[in-house]
Design a protein around this ligand. Structure first.
Ligand SMILES: Nc1ncnc2c1ncn2[C@@H]1O[C@H](COP(=O)(O)OP(=O)(O)OP(=O)(O)O)[C@@H](O)[C@H]1O
Ligand SMILES: [Mg+2]
Length: 314
């Protein structure tokens, strides 16, 4: 997995990837955040593959899937006989990453007791396998990823603040697909072509209406949702044109958006994002009728057109 496998034509995403590329050359800990399906795992792989550690192991730990009772020994290793069932010595996943990169995926799900032990490892570079008396010094670079807001979790006492600050030395935040609408078309074309060839089927084409709806859809599941839909359509409609009626209901009738945050939240808002979101909602609700959409927003048609251009929504 390389940076060149990460498709984008969004200036926002390109800037994020440029800094990811730079950071990859260092030994700094990296926290990759972004909604589910935005490509965090992809970026972690690409960063390792371009780093000076690329010939060394890349070990992924899914913190959400660590079995509670075995988690510590899985991560830190254990000595033979350290506990019932420990019939051989185990290096542990952190030890397996020695010389390379440890990728802690879904770090927000790591139990608090292990967060303390992980922090100790990050500060000292040493692990103490269960049952051992002497710690082992390792050379491991750490990437972590999460779709959760670790800062808010730390505020709420659900995540150790000291670990958050230690991991967050270099943050990489992947924008959701709805903030890089330029990518939708590119990704649709790529995945439709890829799945046709992977399943050895004639390619589908995208009808004009269907395309318009797909471009405007909110994609809360981000690239993963788009990719899965492309696979389904490539198989079900092989060789045909995708019409509006072939699209899932949620794309055709977007769910009414959640109550708008007209009370300024404590954490503030991004005014431009909010405006873009309201523009999209108005277009969705009026099936793209600009006169009606402008009315809903309390602005003139010209003012609406101006804003649609500004946000590249046309
Ligand atoms: N820019 C992109 N170009 C090509 N494929 C992408 C891109 N972004 C994501 N993908 C693909 O989309 C899918 C989801 O990406 P990934 O698993 O990296 O998301 P994630 O952010 O780790 O999600 P989660 O938080 O749910 O684990 C993968 O199949 C990945 O290969
Ligand atoms: Mg992931």
């Amino acid at each position: 997995m390389q940076f060149s496998d990460i498709l984008t034509r969004s200036p926002l995403m390109e800037a994020v990837l440029r800094s990811a590329h730079l950071i990859a050359q260092t030994d700094a800990s990296v926290l990759i955040t972004g909604e589910s399906g935005t490509g965090k795992e992809l970026v972690a792989h690409a960063m390792h593959a371009t780093s000076p550690r690329k010939a060394k192991p890349f070990i992924t730990v899914n913190c959400a899937a660590l079995p509670e009772t075995l988690a510590e020994s899985l991560l830190f290793g254990h000595r033979k006989g350290a506990f019932t069932g420990a019939d051989s010595q185990q290096t542990g996943l952190i030890g397996a990453a020695d010389g390379g990169t440890l990728f802690l995926d879904e770090i927000g799900e790591l139990p608090l007791n292990l967060q303390a032990k992980l922090l100790r490892f990050l500060e000292s570079g040493e692990v103490l396998p269960l049952g051992e008396s002497r710690p082992r010094l390792l050379n491991v670079r750490v990437f972590a990823a999460t779709h959760r807001n670790l800062y808010a979790m730390a505020q709420a006492g659900e995540f150790r603040a000291d670990l958050f600050y230690r991991l967050n030395i270099v943050p990489i935040e992947l924008p959701p697909l709805r903030e890089r609408k330029e990518d939708i078309d590119l990704l649709l074309k790529h995945f439709l072509r890829q799945f046709a060839s992977q399943h050895q089927l004639p390619a589908v084409t995208l009808g004009k209406d269907a395309r318009a709806y797909l471009l405007r859809y909110g994609w809360n599941g981000n690239v993963r949702e788009l990719r899965n839909l492309c696979e389904r359509l490539s198989i079900l409609l092989a060789g045909r044109e995708i019409a509006l009626t072939n699209l899932p209901l949620e794309v055709r009738n977007p769910a009414p958006a959640a109550a708008s945050p007209f009370n300024l939240p404590e954490t503030g808002v991004n005014l431009e994002e909010l405006e873009r979101d309201l523009l999209n909602q108005a277009l969705e609700r009026t099936s793209n009728n600009k006169t009606h959409a402008a009315k809903l927003l309390g602005i003139s048609r010209d003012a609406l057109n101006y804003r649609l251009k500004k946000y590249e929504l046309v």
